[in-house]
Design a binder for this molecule. Structure first.
Ligand code: NAP
Length: 484
């Protein structure tokens, strides 16, 4: 079954920070892949913009190298690559100065979609918005894409929202959370709201608890300076884990439209209880063999920043009262693995007796690696040995169900950038959502600062600090093993 690709309308896309890490690793390879897929065609212009002195040919050479490294340039695609590079242009521009702005304005073509990707440090977002407006590029056809982090607390997020709102309407602002662009995350909505099977059970009467794990095996790498000022709570929980929590917990929207979905997500965030200090565990990784500890890596011997956090969260509404959500994320953990596990309650009565043991249905949504959905069901162990029960997965690995071609998912950035061009904001965070998430997160971070305590050390390659295990053990539950 070949995938159906509908080309988007012609557009001009400016990538501020077009020479940076994100542009080279994600944005440009994503655009190339959409071009190869036939979704980008015709008269499209992709304009890199940064302070570097570079001409169009220099930029094309840089992008060619980036695609070779990150975009999977295969033999057969060389013709495509030449045509793709033809779409590229470059403007030397200073977000804080006057250089390049008139030239950029001269390159934008009226009457077509105009998108501006802010792939620069967040301190420059306001400068870019202001200058786009001043040079006549903040018009009805234009839209801006804003990268994370969106503020570092409620106050800075509000300020940023205010600055952007001076020149752009909310419908023109696309705040990226690339987790929302993952195929499985959208499938979560399809599974919940496209089937009758799950939704009747999707509440505290049938769900014992829900676990959300986003585990990374790498350390902070070259991002130490940024990370040490941020930490796992700001870098991962406030945005990615909260978004996953919202999608799993929200009420069915009346229709699948941007504001209906985002209204429901916002209600979830607003229904979150404040987190008790005893329900949060933060950790910092230790050295392992030739790999340095966190403090050495960020070059801050006194750092109190967490590279791991686990939380128990309650949602105070009719659907979820009494069902805890356990969230954890961290660096230098055993494996790189992200999943959501919906753990259903025991059957009310076991007709098979105590010997049959305890069996539970678990719906697992794997985000990475190997995106897919798995439903654990209880069956009889084969053989003549009586009625012994075992748990087996009803595996919905997409590659098997759909065929390898259909299951060759686009990268999250491919989908999200195409959504920007199509003008669909469903998978982007609204300003009030971001603010509500910070309003919930801020007191947790403030509590740490007030207590003056340090994060708990944990061994690299482990599952995090022991206290994080205890967070569940004391409730008679356990984390699922972190495995690839
Ligand atoms: P980066 O590698 O440092 O690139 C920054 C880009 O901004 C460069 O192209 C730089 O080029 C340009 N720039 C800097 N100052 C400028 C100015 N005054 N005017 C115009 N351009 C300027 O950063 P990055 O890692 O790509 O990150 C970009 C944004 O994405 C940040 O907001 C970051 O938080 C976010 N993000 C990054 C990642 C990632 O994996 N890298 C992931 C999620 C979010 P010149 O120096 O030539 O001007």
């Amino acid at each position: 079954m070949a995938s159906r690709v509908i080309p988007v309308d012609p557009f001009d896309l400016v990538i501020f920070g077009g020479t940076g890490d994100l542009a080279r690793r994600k944005i440009l390879p994503a655009l190339f892949r959409r071009f190869v897929a036939g979704q980008i065609e015709g008269d499209v212009r992709l304009i890199g913009a940064a302070r570097s002195e570079m001409d169009r040919d220099g930029y094309r050479t840089m992008v060619r190298a980036a695609i070779a490294e990150f975009g999977g340039e295969e033999e057969g695609r060389k013709k495509d690559l030449a045509a793709f590079l033809e779409m590229l242009d470059f403007v030397t521009i200073d977000a804080r100065g006057t250089t390049g702005w008139a030239e950029l304005a001269g390159k934008m073509r009226p009457g077509r979609i105009q998108a501006f990707y802010f792939s620069v440090a967040p301190v420059l977002f306001g400068d870019l918005a202001k200058r786009l407006h001043k040079h006549g590029m903040a018009n009805q056809a234009s839209r801006i894409v804003v990268e994370k982090p969106f503020g570092r607390d409620l106050e800075t997020a509000r300020d940023l929202n205010r600055v952007l709102a001076r020149h752009f309407e909310e419908r023109q602002i696309y705040r990226i959370d690339h987790y929302l662009g993952k195929e499985t995350v959208q499938n979560l909505m399809a599974i919940r709201f496209g089937n009758v099977l799950f939704e009747p059970l999707w509440n505290s009467q049938y769900v014992d608890h829900i676990q959300i794990t986003v585990a990374e095996s790498v350390g902070v790498g070259g991002r130490g300076d940024y990370y040490d000022r941020s930490g796992a709570m700001r870098d991962m929980v406030q945005n990615h884990l909260m978004q996953l929590l919202c999608l799993i917990a929200m009420e069915p929207p009346a229709k699948f439209d941007p504001d209906a979905v985002r209204d429901e997500k916002l209600k979830v965030i607003r229904a979150l209880d404040p987190v008790k200090a005893t329900d949060v565990v933060r950790g910092q990784y230790e050295a392992h063999e030739d790999r340095p500890d966190y403090r050495t890596q960020v070059d801050n011997p006194d750092s109190l920043t967490e590279s791991f956090v686990a939380l128990k969260v309650h949602i105070s509404n009719w659907r979820w009262a009494g069902t805890p959500f356990y969230l954890r994320t961290g660096k230098r953990l055993r494996e790189r693995a992200s999943e959501i596990a919906v753990v259903f309650k025991d059957a009310p009565h076991s007709i098979f007796g105590a010997d049959a043991g305890r069996h539970r249905n678990i719906l697992t949504i794997r985000l990475q690696p190997n995106e897919g959905i798995e439903l654990g069901v209880t069956i009889k162990e084969p053989g003549p040995g009586g009625m012994r029960l075992i748990d087996v997965p009803l595996d919905m690995t997409f590659a098997e169900a759909l065929g390898p071609e259909e299951a060759d998912f686009p990268d999250a950035y491919e989908r999200l950038i195409m959504d920007v061009i199509r003008g669909n904001q469903t998978l982007f965070m609204r300003g009030d959502e971001v603010e509500a998430a910070w309003a919930w997160t801020d007191p947790i971070i403030a509590g740490w600062a007030e207590s003056g305590g340090a994060p708990l050390p944990y061994a690299s390659g482990s599952s995090g600090p022991d206290d994080a295990l205890m967070l569940m053990h004391r409730d008679g539950r356990r984390w699922r093993e972190i495995k690839p």
